[in-house]
Design a protein around this ligand. Structure first.
Ligand code: GAL
Length: 347
């Protein structure tokens, strides 16, 4: 079986080595500090990272890449990185306390995956008071909060792009062979939809643009039902089990806002011994890609986790050293970075 990788419109590769090539960093480095205050000699930086949850597959993939970035950076610069990674276990209160602790420990920059993206102001207040730059990621603070300070950044994969690419996987497959998606041959693709957290920008935008892309491509789609499974495999599995019983021999396609929910839907199909329903995801997590490779999933949209983590780490490290963000991190409006994404599907 062949796996095809199609580039998304924003395919790009970050070259860390090249970026650091011009900077000589040895036993110590002169830093102006974030405030531009007194210069100091440094041989290490400290970065505090708080994850909204520690059991989220995609976030864990990013965490692993961040740890790799820190190691590579240490080798390249000769400086030490203390990467303090905490999990907020879904509590904004816990995350706020972690931020306070990071600041008390003297962190030079923070990387925050907010629990409640509408409540980033408490984190921003604490960071601004102590002049500690913040790189938010994956859960987007509201624009009003992001505009409060020029030392706030946001790294993510564009939700619209993910959704358009997900729609393309389905549309291309239909064009190649309509019977793959219209299994009963009634001229209609009957689909169900599994959505992420209702408050997450990715859920709303991915749902809207995935369906819009199918409509724009002229596919004869009909929605049977949908539900919120909060990005979780077990919740998606329970919903899918219910739908398989409620709509027997009807569902032809499961559109999922992420890979974990896609895997949950597949779990339910396997338990019920149902074959022939196509499933698409988003993320390109390790188990998601494995499901595409084994033919259990039609395709996924993989964000470049290396570039994603590299952007988070590079911005944080540059800011920790009191420098402007390197040019090869392509920032929109000076603060937003969108990582490249690509389709992964069975050819
Ligand atoms: C989404 C991702 C989900 C989940 C969520 C957490 O971007 O697709 O799998 O990780 O972020 O905020």
């Amino acid at each position: 079986m062949k796996i095809g990788k199609l580039c998304g419109p924003k395919m790009e590769v970050l070259k860390r080595g090249a970026a650091l090539g011009g900077i000589v960093l040895g036993a110590g480095v002169l830093s102006a500090g974030c405030s531009g205050a007194a210069e100091e000699t440094r041989d290490s930086i400290r970065i505090g990272v708080s994850l909204y949850r520690g059991d989220d597959t995609f976030i864990n993939n990013i965490r692993q890449e961040l740890e790799k970035c820190a190691k590579t950076w240490e080798q390249e610069t000769g400086l030490k990185v203390i990467l303090d990674i905490e999990e907020a276990k879904g509590s904004q209160y816990t995350q706020n306390n972690q931020v306070e602790r990071f600041i008390a420990l003297g962190c030079d920059a923070l990387c925050i995956n907010p629990v409640d993206r509408t409540a980033a102001s408490a984190v921003i207040d604490k960071a601004m008071a102590e002049n500690v730059p913040v790189v938010f990621f994956n859960r987007q603070p509201v624009e009003e909060d992001m505009n409060r300070w020029d030392q706030l950044y946001y790294v993510a994969a564009s939700a619209k792009e993910s959704a358009v690419l997900q729609g393309q996987i389905v549309a291309d497959s239909y064009r190649e062979d309509p019977s793959v998606l219209d299994a009963d041959g009634d001229g209609v693709i009957s689909y169900v939809l599994l959505e992420g957290e209702s408050s997450h920008q990715d859920s709303l935008i991915r749902t809207e643009w995935s369906i819009q892309t199918l409509k724009d491509a002229g596919l004869p789609i009909e929605r049977i039902t949908g539900g919120i499974a909060n990005w979780e495999r077990s919740q998606a599995s329970a919903l899918m089990e219910q739908w398989l019983a409620q709509y027997p021999d009807t569902i032809e396609l499961v559109i999922c806002n992420n890979d974990d929910m896609a895997l949950g839907a597949i779990d339910a199909m396997e338990r019920a011994d149902v074959l022939g329903i196509q499933v698409v995801g988003i993320d390109g997590t390790t188990p998601g890609i494995a499901a595409v490779e084994s033919g259990r999933m039609m395709g996924t949209v993989s964000s470049d986790k290396e570039a994603y983590a590299q952007a988070i780490f590079t911005i944080a490290a540059d800011k920790a050293l009191g420098r402007p963000v390197e040019d090869d991190i392509d920032l929109e409006n000076g603060k937003y970075y969108n990582c490249p994404q690509q389709i992964v599907k069975i050819e």
